[in-house]
Design a protein around this ligand. Structure first.
Ligand code: XIL
Length: 323
């Protein structure tokens, strides 16, 4: 029998899913057979969990966690702090820095504490840097704290104090491609180290394309890994419709190009030191459901299974890139 991704890989293979998708037996079957780690596409984000100051909604996160445990999968928590996912009630409250931090601390303790021993890793902060490497000035945290990076450091500390063995990640996009952002993250890690804030890993989302320069990826990935932390390719998908064309056709040649890119990325990841390979996670499993049809273009085919749950060339590319 031909090998599956999870059967061949020496590190976890994850995918982003949701409760609704897992209730679809076709989706669930393809997921279980090929992947061994779960990320929540949105149901573990702050706005979905934190419904009011003392109100937490855990129905969906609980479902995801139980599903993963029943199917012997690891769980990666995504994401505790993301500027785009602070609940409206929280933003409206316009807390001063003390109240802001006390509330967030309670949130981190509550969420990390609930899944202690079950969720092995968390993205503590997601996307705090703008593309030029400065902090995102539109973010609530930025507006509230004189020293936002120290605030984030304390948040990593709150997570670590709640679960001493949980792996803590900083997650962002394009650190591998964008040296300004990569340098900003390097500075953040260096500061965390010198001031004693815990951090175990870096997640680079890898929402990438079949026309991205492989050389640039290779250089950036090597440089990012030189920090010595765990490296998670955390939201991999490879879009193909370069011109956002309504008449785009996903031809055999285009399928092959995408497959080659999957293979190249996995091969580059495999060149990292074994101990730094945390996981590769794809942002979904099937072209039937992908956030890119909204964010990029309705004609997109970024994942490993087609809309009928057949393995694409992309799957074979990924598989052959594994050691
Ligand atoms: C996206 C999800 O795919 C959507 O379903 C949701 O509505 C918005 O967020 N970077 C991230 C992810 O870190 O959390 C985002 O996921 C995609 C970009």
């Amino acid at each position: 029998m031909t090998k599956t991704l999870k059967g061949k890989a020496l590190f976890p293979i994850g995918a982003a899913v949701s409760v609704a998708r897992l209730k679809d037996i076709n989706f669930s079957g393809a997921f279980k057979n090929n992947y061994n780690q779960l990320s929540a596409e949105y149901e573990m984000k702050m706005t979905h969990i934190w419904t009011s100051p003392a109100g937490y909604s855990f129905t969906n996160p609980d479902y995801l966690v139980n599903y993963a445990i029943q199917n012997s999968m690891k769980i990666h928590g995504h994401a505790l702090l993301w500027y785009s996912s602070f609940p409206d009630w929280f933003k409206t409250a316009a807390y001063d820095s003390l109240n802001f931090e006390n509330n967030v601390k309670t949130y981190i303790q509550t969420v990390v504490g609930r899944f202690k021993g079950k969720i092995g890793s968390w993205d503590v902060a997601n996307e705090i840097f703008a593309d030029n490497g400065s902090l995102r000035t539109d973010a609530t945290v930025y507006k509230t704290f004189k020293d936002p990076v120290a605030f984030y450091g304390r948040c990593f500390r709150y997570a670590r104090d709640t679960d001493p063995v949980v792996k803590l990640f900083y997650n962002d996009y394009d650190m591998v491609l964008n040296s300004a952002k990569r340098n900003a993250v390097r500075k953040l890690v260096e500061r965390f180290r010198s001031e004693g804030y815990p951090i175990d890993g870096i997640g680079d989302q890898f929402h990438t394309t079949s026309w991205t320069s492989k050389q640039t990826i290779n250089t950036g990935l090597t440089d990012l890994a030189s920090l010595g932390l765990l490296i998670h390719i955390s939201e991999l998908d490879i879009r193909v419709n370069q011109n956002k064309s309504d008449s785009y056709i996903f031809t055999e040649a285009e399928k092959q190009k995408q497959s080659d890119m999957y293979k190249a990325i996995v091969e580059m990841y495999e060149t990292l030191p074994q101990v730094q390979k945390f996981a590769i996670t794809t942002w979904g499993i099937t072209d039937k459901y992908t956030w890119l049809t909204g964010w990029w273009h309705p004609k997109e085919y970024p994942l490993l299974f087609d809309s009928n749950y057949s393995k694409k060339k992309a799957y074979d590319g990924f598989l052959s890139g594994l050691k």
